[in-house]
Design a protein around this ligand. Sequence first.
Ligand code: PMP
Length: 440
Amino acid sequence: MTHVFYRNSRSTPPKAIRGDGAYIYDDTGKQYLDGSGGAAVSCLGHSDPDVIAAVQTQVASLDFAHTGFFTSEPAEALAERLIAHAPEGLDKVYFVSGGSEAVETALKMARQYCVEIGEPQRTRFISRRQSYHGNTLGALAVGGNVWRKAQFAPLLAETSHIAPCYAYRGQEEDESLEAYGQRVADELETELLRVGPETVIAFIAEPVVGATLGAVPAVPGYFKRIREICDRHGVLLILDEVMCGMGRTGTLFACEQDGVAPDILTIAKGLGAGYQPIGATLCSARIHAAFAQGSGFFQHGHTYIGHPVACAAGHAVVTKLTEGGMVARAAQMGEKLDIALRDAFGNHPHIGDIRGRGMFRGLELVEDRTSKAPFDPARGINKRVKAAAFEAGLICYPMGGTVDGQRGDHVLLAPPFILTEDQIGELIEKLGIAFDAALA
Ligand code: PMP
């Protein structure tokens, strides 16, 4: 009997009691290899002594100081470190407690920026189908996951959606990857012209789509074209790196690999690496200047913004990722993971696509490899894979989603960057057991 209200209202999950490196243990002593870092959170594994020490030291010296009165050393230090590594032009950091708050902040920051510069008629956002940007009402509104939004639709701000950049299902037979990327990016311009570009605040997208598609990077050139289109129409570009940021894809920020810099960028998950709940919204000097020269303040805020202990954890995490070489390790071990996945499942009759970057990999599960026909959703393949993997002692992140009317299942892998080659072998073995049990 539990009094905790979990997402699944009919059953209680096992009780996690201890974490150690890439493993979590439950109260029966069962060991689970954390193949998805929960949901792409635990980038450093579960018992990192440096992050633990940073949290302990900070909580002992200053637990909390409200940002209505103070800034703090950990917040200043973390912001400085993030900006030192951030894409060109990003200059200020607004700290929050998680991914949805980071996106919500980004949307409100973008809207208020339009008001500050005298363009209050900009009231709409554009995003992509099959996207997820969080569960609060603003973030849910811009998300393109039909299933998650369905019952809340009457409460959500109007947003229009264009196609995702999803070559496995979108690229035509006689089309090059580049031509495909330009074609789907150009949907943004078409949509802008349809709704009136002067009414649009921003376009928001994930550089590598996580939860809804399963580690799908854009094709080369796509985001450069998106950036050009946004600039042409005075529309802000918000990149959501809540899942794919913080070294997950082999560079600290995922968009580095696409050669673009956004006006606003959101991060969370790997920023606290699970040791503290923290997210952040980074913005350009131009946006901050509009606030500073205009009304003077951002009409937003939460009690726990810039929490000193969360920022101290984030600072220790980012230090390990950058100076500690963990981003480079994510790139290196990610290549090994990719090779191991292709060796093990490249010819599997029900695996249509293996994709991703760094320690962010996805496998798309299909009924038929040639036609790419998805499994009948009634079979609940993703839930069966999750359950079978869990039984075998592997945490992975399978999902199903509506792709323009089509249902597809995928498995997302986002293991800690500390994973060893032996643990990659263990992950592959347990995933194989799960596929055998669930796809039979
Ligand atoms: N944006 C993206 C891209 C995400 O993947 C998520 C979480 N899966 C969120 C936003 C929301 O983050 P949170 O769950 O921390 O609120």
